[in-house]
Structure formats: structure tokens, C-alpha cells
Design a protein around this ligand. Structure first.
Ligand code: ZN
Length: 272
């Protein structure tokens, strides 16, 4: 059932991409899991990459571009670029924290697509920047929307995106340099792993809260085979349930992670 739905979603997306190439969305014979594609809405959960975006401490100024061809000299325009694997909107592959194994190119494509579970903790994070998602809050989501579906991509909406691209406010470091932003707790991560989630995502620098000394949530979910999505944009446009996410990472051989384009497909045209 889920697989059939996923397949029809992928087919519908391909059709959307083709249709949008030459004409604005015309009605097509494709449907998105039974929903006509003209009734869907795509949200880009990705920030544009530049040298000016908030970075993990030490990664500032690590993004570079160089023009390697110009229309004047070469007849066309091209650049090279270099950047850390964990910069901007990006994916952590399981191999980022051994004994997690898979490198970013090895994550099976079917795991890069799944139902979005959006847990909204904006109120909690506004009161306490060191807030960590508790198991009770996951249970509250399940009481409202049903059990977290197998294969879910679980997204924590903390409201931190409102601080982007102000690096100082996004990091929210204190005088001693310790950062303060919300994240998952180890207990909640264990529960989400047990539910069969394929990924944890967040609108901050890390799925671990800012003061974490040892990335304890990374050490739970990546060795269990999940991947992470960090620095996600536009989570405020998603419903708490009912959207689907596609995470399309760079297929970098041997990579511990990498820049990732992340899309959400909503089964209606209303912005949330
Ligand atoms: Zn990362």
C-alpha cells in the first residue's frame, strides 16, 4: 500500500517536472496517490548556499566558488565550488557517527522519500532555547494524528528558521561560546527509531540541542541506520501530518554527508 503510494508519487513528480519544463501546470492524467496533481503544492525546504549563511563554528568562510569559464573568454559560464559536507541545508549520512555505516552515496533511494511527521515545538523553544523534544510530546502527536508511520521523516519545527540568516542569533552562543538552540532528546530519538522512522530533521544547526557536548542523539539514530536533515527551511509551511518529503542529497562517493535539496509535497494548494 505504502509502496504503491510512493511509486505513484514519484511518477507524479516526474510528470510535474516534465510538465513545468514548457508550460505552467496543465491538467494531466497523473495523480498523486489518488489526488490530482493540480491539487498539490510543493514546498522547498532548502536554503540557498552561499558564503554568508550561518555555519557550524569553524566552517565559516569554508564555502568558495571560482569562475572557471566566462562567456567572454569561453563562450559559456561555469564555476567550481568547494564546501564542507555539513554546511547549509544538508544530510548527515549514518557513517558520520560510527558505528553508523552507510556513506551518503549508499543510502538506498527508497529511504530518501517518506511521509512527513512535523512536531511543532515553537512555543516550548521560545520559552527555553535549550528545549529537547520529549517522549510525551511525541505521544501527543500520535494522539492527534495516529501512530508515526513506518518510514517517516520526522521533522522538528522549532521556529529557529525565523533567525536565519543571522548567524549570531541562529547559533545563540553565550559568553563562553556554548550554543543554545533546541533539539531532539535521546529518549525521543529512541522512540522514533523504534517506530521505523528513516530520518530526523530540524530547522537548526543540529538535531542535538546546542549545549550538547557529545552529539548524543547523533550517536543513537545514525548507528541505527537513520540519516539527519539539518538547517531545514520553510517548515512553517507544512501541516503536522499529510505531507510527503523527498530528500535528494549529493551522491558523493564515501561522503559523511552533503548538501541536500529537500522538498515537501502537500496534498492541497493551501499554504499553512
Ligand atoms: Zn550534519
Amino acid at each position: 500500500m505504502l509502496r504503491g503510494l510512493l511509486t505513484s508519487l514519484i511518477v507524479a513528480l516526474a510528470a510535474l517536472a516534465l510538465a513545468s519544463a514548457d508550460s505552467p501546470r496543465k491538467s494531466t492524467s497523473w495523480d498523486l496517490g489518488g489526488i490530482p496533481t493540480e491539487k498539490t503544492h510543493v514546498v522547498d525546504l532548502t536554503y540557498a548556499i552561499s558564503g554568508k549563511i550561518p555555519a557550524w563554528p569553524g566552517d565559516e568562510r569554508a564555502f568558495e566558488t571560482h569562475v572557471i569559464a566566462t562567456p567572454e573568454k569561453d563562450g559559456y559560464f561555469a564555476r567550481s565550488f568547494s564546501m564542507p559536507e555539513h554546511y547549509g541545508t544538508h544530510m548527515d549520512a549514518p557513517s558520520h557517527f560510527p558505528p553508523g555505516k552507510l556513506t551518503i552515496d549508499q543510502i538506498p533511494a527508497e529511504r530518501l522519500f517518506g511521509p512527513a511527521v512535523v512536531i511543532d515545538v515553537r512555543d516550548e523553544a521560545a520559552k527555553n532555547p535549550d528545549y529537547r523534544l520529549m517522549v510525551t510530546r511525541v505521544h501527543k502527536w500520535e494522539a492527534q494524528h495516529g501512530q508515526i508511520p513506518f518510514g517517516a521523516i520526522v521533522l522538528l519545527r522549532t521556529g529557529w528558521a525565523s533567525r536565519w540568516p543571522d548567524q549570531a542569533r541562529y547559533r545563540n552562543a553565550d559568553a563562553s561560546g556554548v550554543m543554545h538552540f533546541p533539539g531532539f532528546s535521546v529518549e525521543a530519538a529512541r522512540l522514533l527509531v523504534s517506530r521505523g522512522a528513516v530520518a530526523l530533521g530540524i530547522d537548526t544547526l543540529s538535531i542535538d540541542y546546542g549545549p550538547s557536548p557529545d552529539f548524543e542523539v547523533h550517536r543513537v539514530d545514525l548507528p541505527a541506520g537513520l540519516y539527519n536533515l539539518e538547517n531545514l527551511a520553510n517548515l512553517d509551511q507544512l501541516p503536522e501530518a499529510g505531507a510527503f518529503v523527498i530528500a535528494a542529497p549529493i551522491k558523493l562517493e564515501g561522503g559523511s554527508g552533503g548538501p541536500t535539496r529537500v522538498f515537501a509535497i502537500l496534498p492541497n494548494q493551501e499554504k499553512r
